[in-house]
Write a protein that binds this ligand. Structure first.
Ligand code: NDP
Length: 319
């Protein structure tokens, strides 16, 4: 059953995001569900008419009086800012965006960052600034071990792409996973083994009570001397002060950081001035309306027909 031929869902959908374009999302959703009313929060006169909420970091109290809410759709992959809130209506399922196009975009960023470290590009950038012909013999990809923490929708895709590039890839997850060509490890008891071997560590875990500051000073020190860190998940997964000091002391060779404990990263943070750190402002991957709208529509239809939505967030485990 395609969305357009199914019985239209009742009620209206409210959209909230401070960093996404309402009109673009409205158009994309209406192409899937022409009869569904899609409202900006300013257009909501009766909160009881709202059955679906598509939101990214809505303000406190946003869901108040939405007594007929049937589904909350997180407008992104990471749900840490949503699941911990105390103002969520009870019993309403939460889903998130799981979109192959979003995984592809993330894998592109991760590939760029890993190749940059693997090919010593930060070293050549510094040499160029000094007009120095600083030959450094390239390492073969198979000699470089990449650890990928988190093998979910985004991590598994990135790990497979890295494996295709010829790196020795070691993935780590909570439950056992199988990815062709990737050495898969699972459970806390294997984390330190993965850290000890990772020349380049890619962090792709959700932020939960279990993963908050998972990479503390002691665990960061387990990484081989000169290792690179790529964090595209959430800043609070890593002790940022310890990481900064280890980068200054040279135990960590370099880092590519898309996420930080406090965003925007404060102007006086030492990371800004460090030659061995590349900073991007939390954009490794984003929700893409044209591709995500279809799965959002499918989930709305499923819920309107009494079925559970796909990709439901488990509040108890936090992701
Ligand atoms: P998923 O929920 O699909 O996957 C999470 C992975 O982490 C799973 O493999 C899971 O294990 C593993 N995991 C969770 N908790 C633990 C734990 N305690 N110990 C070991 N492994 C654990 O997430 P996604 O891949 O979709 O996204 C990952 C994160 O990326 C998001 O939560 C978000 O924070 C971030 N993100 C960042 C973006 C950016 O632009 N920088 C954009 C989008 C997302 P298991 O397989 O056993 O469940």
């Amino acid at each position: 059953m395609t969305p357009s031929t199914a019985t239209p869902p009742s009620g209206a959908l409210v959209f909230f995001s401070a960093c996404d374009d309402f009109s673009v999302w409205k158009r994309a959703l209406q192409a899937q569900l022409p009869q569904l009313q899609i409202l900006h929060p300013d257009e909501v006169h009766d909160p009881r008419a709202i059955h679906y909420a598509l939101v990214w970091k809505p303000p406190a109290g946003f869901f108040a009086q939405m007594s007929n809410l049937r589904l909350i759709i997180n407008l992104g992959a990471g749900v840490d800012s949503l699941v911990g809130r105390s103002d969520l209506p009870s019993g309403v399922p939460i889903t998130r965006i799981v979109d192959p196009k979003m995984s592809q975009m993330m894998a592109g960023y991760v590939l760029f960052a890993v190749l940059r470290h693997a090919r010593d590009i930060p070293y050549f950038e510094q040499a160029q600034r000094q007009r120095t012909w600083a030959y450094r013999h390239p390492r073969a990809p198979a000699e470089i071990r990449v650890g990928v923490l988190g093998l979910g929708a985004l991590g598994a895709h990135a790990a497979a792409e890295l494996q295709r590039q010829g790196f020795e890839v070691h993935g780590w997850s909570r439950s056992p996973r199988t990815i062709a060509g990737v050495h898969c490890h699972s459970g806390m008891e294997t984390l330190e083994d993965v850290l000890r071997l990772a020349d380049i560590l890619v962090v792709m875990l959700p932020l939960t009570a279990q993963t908050h500051r998972l990479l503390d000073r002691r665990r960061l020190q387990l990484l081989p001397q000169g290792a690179a860190v790529v964090n595209v998940a959430r800043g609070a997964l890593i002790d940022q002060t310890a990481m900064t000091e280890l980068l200054q002391q040279g135990h960590l060779g370099s880092a590519t950081l898309d996420v930080f404990e406090h965003e925007p990263l404060p102007a006086d943070d030492p990371l800004w001035r460090m030659e061995n750190v590349l900073i991007t402002p939390h954009l490794a991957s984003v929700a893409i309306p044209a591709s995500a709208a279809e799965q959002i529509a499918q989930n709305i239809l499923r819920v309107s027909q009494g079925q559970p939505p796909h990709h439901q967030v488990e509040a108890a485990r936090g992701y």
